[in-house]
Design a protein around this ligand. Structure first.
Ligand code: PAF
Length: 285
């Protein structure tokens, strides 16, 4: 059975009871509309600790467009069923007043410099401030030993790691691999909003990242050319590419000669659905 806490007091009581039993806690923060990607993060959490706590909160602070927030899919009943089947012990499901008791404008915020300003941060101003602030508050409420974040939101994962390190938070961050549909499309709550024609085109984003990985791994001199060609090809296919960029994994800055641990990250819009994806690359030559 999954217990549900919708207030800070109920959450603290439940967490205190777990702690009294000597249980370790792994936490998976989500915005709901749970899919296989989320469920894999929960499997990982359950393997890493005695108790798995999940939060579902569609955080308005990280949406820079009202329309995007309004269109975000909410499926509370189906989510609860999935959590029950997955054996998640506790669901924290706060509302806006519980998360931001004095309103978002009055909320003390967390901002991660540099990492929070590039790529996603550049295209979605304020997004990462919203993410860092809500995750910080969730960590303080749940006080987990471990928290699990998916690599699908690669920059978010790095940002959380940086926040945890900079603020000396006693939480170990684990990364979950990206779950994909059979045709390669990264699982995302936004996929449900794709029309059938857009859904047919959408896997092209993953294919483009695979092509870039092939070229970069073998002949880094051709990186610029292949990235430029991919942007053009995706544009011709119907995507509006916001960014498609090769970075080094350590700090997401452009790679320097000798950097071998790379990642290519992309955000592209199909109609009114914004997709993000990424792929890690080992530069071997
Ligand atoms: O990745 C998400 O779903 C959200 O950004 C998170 C981490 C739950 C914070 O709202």
């Amino acid at each position: 059975m999954t217990r549900v806490a919708d207030s800070v007091a109920a959450l603290r009581r439940a967490v205190a009871a777990f702690r009294q039993q000597g249980a370790s806690i792994a936490f998976v923060p989500t915005m709901g509309n749970l899919h296989r990607g989320h469920m894999r993060l929960m499997d990982q959490a359950r393997q890493a600790a005695d108790v798995c706590v999940v939060s579902i909160y569609v955080n308005p602070m990280q949406f820079n467009q009202q329309a995007d927030l309004a269109a975000y899919p909410r499926t509370p009943d189906a989510d609860r069923d999935k959590l029950r089947q997955a054996g998640v012990q506790l669901l924290f499901e706060p509302d806006d007043r519980t998360m931001y008791p004095h309103g978002m404008d009055q909320q003390t915020f967390v901002e991660v410099p540099h990492l929070g300003d590039m790529l996603e941060g550049e295209h979605r101003p304020g997004h990462f401030r919203g993410v860092a602030t809500v995750v910080n508050r969730l960590f303080n409420l749940v006080q987990p030993d471990i928290a699990v974040f998916g690599k699908k939101d690669y920059q978010q994962l790095m940002l959380i790691r940086k926040m945890v390190a900079d603020l000396a938070m006693p939480v170990t961050i684990l990364a979950g691999e990206t779950e994909r549909e059979a045709d390669g499309l990264a699982m995302s709550s936004r996929n449900a909003r794709l029309s059938s024609e857009q859904r047919r085109i959408a896997p092209r984003l993953h294919e483009a990242l695979c092509e870039i990985r092939e070229v970069v791994a073998k002949s880094p001199d051709n990186t610029r050319k292949v990235v430029k060609k991919s942007i053009q090809d995706l544009g011709r296919t119907g995507f509006e590419v916001e960014y498609l960029s090769l970075r080094r994994r350590s700090d997401l800055l452009p790679p320097q000669p000798g950097d071998q641990q790379l990642v290519v990250l992309a955000a592209a819009v199909l109609g009114d659905v914004r997709l993000i994806d990424n792929m890690e690359i080992e530069q071997t030559s």
